[in-house]
Design a protein around this ligand. Sequence first.
Ligand SMILES: Nc1ncnc2c1ncn2[C@@H]1O[C@H](COP(=O)(O)OP(=O)(O)O)[C@@H](O)[C@H]1O
Ligand SMILES: CC(=O)N[C@@H](CCC(=O)OP(=O)(O)O)C(=O)O
Length: 292
Amino acid sequence: MSLQQTIDKADALIEALPYLQAFRGKTFLIKMGGSAMEDPDLVAKVMRDIVFLEVAGINPIVVHGGGKAISAAMKDAGLEAKFVGGFRVTTDEAIDIVSRVLSEELNPGLVRMIRDFGGKAVGIAGTDVFIGEKTKGIDPEGKRVDIGRVGEVVGCHLEHMDAAHNAGIVPVISPLAAELATGKPLNINADLAAAALAKELRVAKLVYLSDVPGLMKDPSDPSTLIKSVNRKEADELIADGTISGGMIPKIRSAVDALNAGVRKVHFVDGRLPHALLLEIFTDGGIGTEVVR
Ligand SMILES: Nc1ncnc2c1ncn2[C@@H]1O[C@H](COP(=O)(O)OP(=O)(O)O)[C@@H](O)[C@H]1O
Ligand SMILES: CC(=O)N[C@@H](CCC(=O)OP(=O)(O)O)C(=O)O
């Protein structure tokens, strides 16, 4: 490596200086999408970036998804994965699979990775954090239909979170809620779970890691990345059909979180090495920022 290359490395650290100064002591909520969790090597790189944030004095909280892994496990069990309005139809049989995949496979895997990089992490079942109520799905004709054990978040218990925070441990939370009426588990869309907690904690940043470079005018063309969007523009992009599928709950909950006082929301490609650090610590960023 030439001397100049070595100096460039130090420049990168200096570019991060104002951000490190601004963010020390702040809480960031990072939603790790299931679509970015397929390759364990790439997931491990994200977890290493999270350890970096923690060492830099930021309090990262991870809420993870797992839609793809749940669908695969359902298929193995001979069940068909069906979605209504972006929510998984979750029968009594399916909720057991959802709970198992999230709590016994994906959640401990993320915790282990953080620990492997010398970080401290604790897995927290979403049922110990989120209080939920059953919700209906909206079918393509706009009708409300029963979709089983699916919920929306109506409140959060923060005791486990506070304990983790005070001990300097990264909480890793699954997207399940305990039903208010029965205490039984409800399946929660992970984007909504992340936004609910971000709102409750009024975090400085909410970051969605997914499998696309960010919000795009044409989802099949990365050169159409939208670098920055405000709440009004986001609504227009939903109305004109630019935003569809899994991006709808993300952008809706982003706007919701901003309305509730969250400072900034980011959409970043979780498969790109160091995307999280590049978005947070460089002047240009690399994904989409959603601002008020
Ligand atoms: N305008 C858009 N820009 C980017 N992605 C979009 C857009 N509209 C729809 N999408 C889709 O949203 C998907 C991300 O949502 P989802 O699959 O639910 O991810 P995750 O598992 O990370 O929550 C992308 O893979 C893409 O196909
Ligand atoms: C109700 C509902 O749809 N829950 C989601 C929970 C996981 C999730 O949201 O995962 P991603 O972030 O990978 O999409 C599901 O069962 O797929």
